[in-house]
Design a protein around this ligand. Structure first.
Ligand SMILES: Cc1cc2nc3c(=O)[nH]c(=O)nc-3n(C[C@H](O)[C@H](O)[C@H](O)COP(=O)(O)OP(=O)(O)OC[C@H]3O[C@@H](n4cnc5c(N)ncnc54)[C@H](O)[C@@H]3O)c2cc1C
Length: 406
């Protein structure tokens, strides 16, 4: 039996955008429209879009989820943040990845785990675009199993010295500050997280070439050859590196889910526009029932993905306001996992359908569906590959005692 206040909450559920949200989303929309031709050109020339940072920094949007106490922080709640990322996602997964990494994996993780001194030192410039974050967890032999990573640190003369290699790191060549996860030398437990300055001696990054998609986004290998960090650069308590990494990934997954909703929206919009004007067999293809099937399924998946996203964002907001509540953390983790999984797969399906609606005209990177098809594929791999998330979701029903691995 529901309590009276629960009935009231349920009946108050609203999908309307508030006045404040509308202002932020309006600003994001304006820049997205301005940046689209630049992103298009960069995509075809397969080069990084270096206008993303300055254009969003100028509009004070690089600190959207950060408290107003720091620099250009806007203090946006998780729903507003997600809606903004959804809008950016329509422009493509390459551009959206920049925001997911800088804001979700970087800013939000430091905001959660950082000391007051670290928040002031790292978040203030980050919100203004004066420094960009990257998140260095994956290594050549540690992907889905980050506990198997091999990067190490040792204490020397009151400082930490880090050695190892990180791979597939988004913004790895662009970032000023990189979150690096490492074990104490000679041990396989007690992982720690550090915020490493990429201008430190021994730090080298190299962009990965010939990717399937995301040509406008920097993905790099990072080499750490005795890179020094100070005691004040350790993020979170000693030995809690894995918890820092997992909470970062939860932030990242919400952001990926939001971006994928944007991709589905763009695929649907493009398909509707094209199907209305492309004439075959004497009428617009929009009038052919099998083409309508593609549009209908995209539109249903869009709504389902958006509902899962909103539930995840609402739940995460509640957790942000009550961060020691363990039950709320688990609820958020489950909701974010489902939203990310569904939206990632639905975005790939939408891109595939949109290419089909476009026919041969969808088989060129000059069309948006082709770019989405190549780019959104990664969302079924990064921030938790499909198979990992499927098992995570299953354990929510079966119970953790059935975990296939630890
Ligand atoms: C473009 C791009 C950007 C990225 N950005 C970042 C970044 O910024 N920071 C970062 O740290 N990482 C980043 N990554 C890495 C990404 O998070 C990893 O690729 C991901 O965690 C999967 O690891 P893997 O690629 O090593 O695959 P593997 O872990 O080797 O997995 C290969 C396959 O085996 C499956 N598999 C693995 N273990 C199991 C299991 N126990 N049960 C069932 N199936 C399993 C996987 O699901 C997958 O299908 C990025 C990757 C890409 C491609």
């Amino acid at each position: 039996m529901l309590r009276q206040d629960e009935f009231t909450t349920l009946s108050k559920m609203s999908f309307d955008v508030s006045e404040e949200q509308a202002i932020v989303l309006g600003q994001v929309d304006e820049i997205c429209k301005e940046i689209r031709p630049i992103e298009d050109r960069c995509y075809l020339e397969r080069r990084i879009n270096d206008k993303v940072k300055p254009m969003f920094a100028k509009a004070h949007l690089l600190g959207l989820p950060v408290s107003r106490k720091y620099g250009d922080g806007q203090g946006a709640d998780m729903v507003t943040y997600s809606l903004a990322i959804e809008r950016i996602g329509r422009e493509g997964t390459g551009m959206r990845t920049f925001f997911s990494v800088h804001m979700a994996l970087g800013e939000m993780t430091i905001q959660h785990w950082g000391t007051e001194e670290q928040k002031g030192r790292f978040l203030t410039p980050a919100t203004k675009g004066e420094s960009i974050f990257a998140f260095g967890l994956t290594e050549p032999s540690a992907g889905s199993d980050p506990a198997s990573l091999r990067t190490t640190f040792e204490e020397k003369g009151g400082r930490f010295v880090l050695t190892g290699q990180k791979m597939w790191i988004s913004l790895g060549s662009t970032a000023k500050h990189v979150l690096i996860f490492a074990y104490p030398k000679g041990r396989r437990e007690g992982m720690c997280a550090f915020v490493v300055d990429s201008s430190s001696p021994g730090f080298r990054a190299e962009m990965i070439k010939h990717k399937l998609g995301l040509p406008t986004s920097d993905t790099s290998t990072i080499y750490l050859d005795g890179v020094e960090a100070s005691k004040e650069d350790m993020l979170g308590p000693p030995g809690k590196g894995m918890s820092v990494a997992l909470s970062g990934l939860m932030n990242g997954r919400l952001s990926v889910a939001a971006g994928c909703v944007g991709v589905i929206q763009d695929c649907l919009d493009e398909s509707v526009k094209y199907a209305r004007v492309r004439v075959q067999h004497g009428k617009p293809i929009a009038g052919h029932q099998l083409v309508q099937r593609h549009v209908g399924l995209m539109s249903m998946n869009l709504e389902a993905a958006k509902l899962l996203l909103l539930k995840a964002a609402f739940t995460k907001q509640k957790y942000e306001e009550d961060p020691t509540n363990r039950a709320l953390l688990e609820e958020t983790d489950a909701a974010v996992t489902k939203a990310k999984y569904f939206a990632a797969n639905a975005s790939f399906d939408a891109a595939n359908r949109a290419v089909q609606v476009f026919g041969a005209n969808g088989y060129t990177f000059e069309s948006r569906p082709a770019r989405h098809l190549a780019d959104t594929r990664v969302t079924m791999i990064y921030e938790g590959a499909n198979e990992i998330l499927e098992q995570k979701m299953a354990l929510g029903s079966l119970g953790k005692e059935f975990a296939a691995y630890s």
